[in-house]
Design a protein. Structure first.
Length: 509
């Protein structure tokens, strides 16, 4: 009951009342951030409250959140909807692709595609110009002949999608010598540094021009049309026609040169996403011009100045991070301590159970979070459950070991004095085991602080938000604005628990 109460307190606080704002999500790459922010600012300009949830880890996570009404809108692409979500073959034309996803999403999921925004952003397989010249690479057919000697740096989304690596392997017979999973911005840096030879990009990426890359022609026309559009949840489509009308104002207003220029401002020039989105809406005459603040442009701003400008945001994200860590750690203690004591009395099965709990530590955090979305949705709830699961092993293991190995001489002396097993556990073994148990709790706490950064991938907030966004946008200062507070928080939490450990240590030890 206590665990349920703790979880309910935070979940309720995070979800608010029934009249919730429009929840806007994005995937973790620059264009998705820009479009989601344009959606948000346009809705705000029309008097609609919004809640931003940027940087969802992958297409499957964003779509699962939309399907469950956990988010209301995010920017998607018709080719992605057709192949990665509907698992159908590519359409011949852009119009056919849109008609198909629009009809199928509505009938299967109640999800609505708004009219396309006006541009396509197809996959772009790119190499360094020197590589293209030396190997005579012009098309993906040319790449297939040389791929066995080349290293690929691809996004995780592309590696797993049917219209990604598996698709081009089937269509062209491309087999790379090695494949590395890289973040959207990191893959460009790795290609420029010759750490990989081929990357997947998007045709509107600003970084293609920055690094003077050669985009190979899809000569067999494998990639489907990828028209960008807003996809909206069943809840929003039926309950908020004003929001639908506002989002519809963007349909057909963005072309490829415009989107490429917006991406370049963020990816190459380093302008803040919010500023780029606002300027784009103002250029389209969809919002009134607003005076710029001192934090609008970041060029020439050092790390210290950047952190000072972002102090309010950092404080808010740190508060959420602390909530996640404290609630999950308390819940884990309430589960793990009694379990460890129970296992100590069942020595035959104890090791098997503890090893089974330890298997949870081997699961990648983002995989565990993605697995729970169909069951628990997005946001705080699955994040807390994942953090509790990751915290169990060190506390259970140390509780079991500390109580089991409590000083045998002291235990024998207690028995000789006529103390009952319950008295020995309470007055002798637990006090003697306290330092070992606290060591497990301290380990779990530090694990929690680090793992909680992954909560950003499912919209739970915390210090992972600037880390995820910074990696996607190749912004070191943004990454550090999340990483530095997270590291300091880990040290502070461990230090506070060290004081608790000293307080709980029996005086004779």
């Amino acid at each position: 009951m206590m665990i349920a109460g703790l979880l309910a307190m935070l979940i309720g606080a995070s979800q608010g009342g029934g009249d919730r704002p429009v929840v806007i999500a994005s995937k973790p790459f620059a264009e998705s951030y820009i479009l989601a922010e344009m959606f948000a600012q346009l809705l705000e300009a029309r008097g609609v409250r919004v809640d931003r949830r940027p940087g969802f880890g992958a297409t499957e996570i964003a779509f699962a959140a939309l399907r469950s009404d956990a988010v209301d809108v995010y920017p998607e692409y018709t080719g992605t909807g057709l192949t990665a979500i509907l698992h159908e073959k590519p359409a011949i034309s852009a119009g056919a692709a849109f008609q198909r996803v629009s009809a199928e999403f509505r009938s299967r999921y109640g999800i609505r595609w708004l009219a396309p925004l006006g541009f396509e952003n197809t996959y772009a397989i790119a190499v360094r110009r020197a590589t293209a010249d030396s190997l005579g690479l012009h098309t993906l057919t040319d790449l297939a002949k040389a791929a066995t000697h080349l290293r690929a740096g691809l996004t995780a989304d592309f590696i797993g999608r049917p219209d990604g690596l598996p698709g081009i392997q089937g269509a062209y017979g491309i087999r790379f010598a090695d494949v590395h999973a890289l973040g959207p911005a990191l893959k460009y840096q790795a290609l420029a540094a010759a750490q990989v030879d081929v990357i997947d990009g998007y045709s509107t990426d600003g970084l293609i021009a920055r690094y003077d890359l050669v985009v190979l022609t899809d000569d067999r026309h494998f990639f489907p049309p990828y028209e960008a559009a807003a996809v909206v949840s069943r809840r929003l489509a039926t309950a908020n026609p004003r929001a639908i009308a506002a989002l519809g104002e963007l349909s057909g207003r963005l072309d490829e040169p415009t989107m490429r220029a917006l991406n370049k401002r963020v990816e190459v020039d380093g302008a803040p996403v919010a500023v780029v989105a606002r300027d784009a809406l103002r250029t389209l005459a969809l919002v009134d011009a607003a005076p710029r603040s001192a934090s609008d442009e970041r060029s020439g701003t050092g790390l210290v100045s950047y952190l000072a400008l972002q102090r309010a945001t950092i404080a808010r994200l740190t508060g959420r991070h602390i909530e996640l860590v404290v609630v999950s750690l308390l819940a884990a203690i309430l589960v793990a301590l009694p379990l460890g004591l129970l296992l100590e009395r069942s020595t035959h099965s104890a090791e098997a159970v503890i090893r089974g709990i330890g298997v949870l530590q081997t699961l990648p955090g983002i995989a565990l979070l993605a697995f729970m979305i169909p069951l628990l949705g997005i946001g705080v709830r699955p994040a807390l459950v994942a953090l509790v699961l990751y915290s169990l092993y060190p506390i259970v293991r140390n509780t079991f070991t500390g109580v089991r190995d409590a000083d045998p001489a002291a235990v024998s002396a207690a028995r000789a004095l006529g103390m009952t097993d319950r008295q020995i556990l309470r007055d002798v073994r637990l006090p003697l085991a306290a330092p070992v148990i606290m060591a497990g709790i301290r380990t779990a706490a530090v694990i929690d602080v680090g793992t909680a950064t992954l909560a950003a991938f499912i919209g739970a907030g915390g210090l992972g938000e600037p880390i995820v966004a910074g990696l996607a946008l190749s912004d070191t200062r943004m990454v550090l604005s999340g990483a530095i507070p997270a590291a300091l928080l880990a040290l502070i939490v461990d230090g506070l628990l060290a004081l608790v450990e000293r307080w709980t240590r029996p005086g004779g030890l």
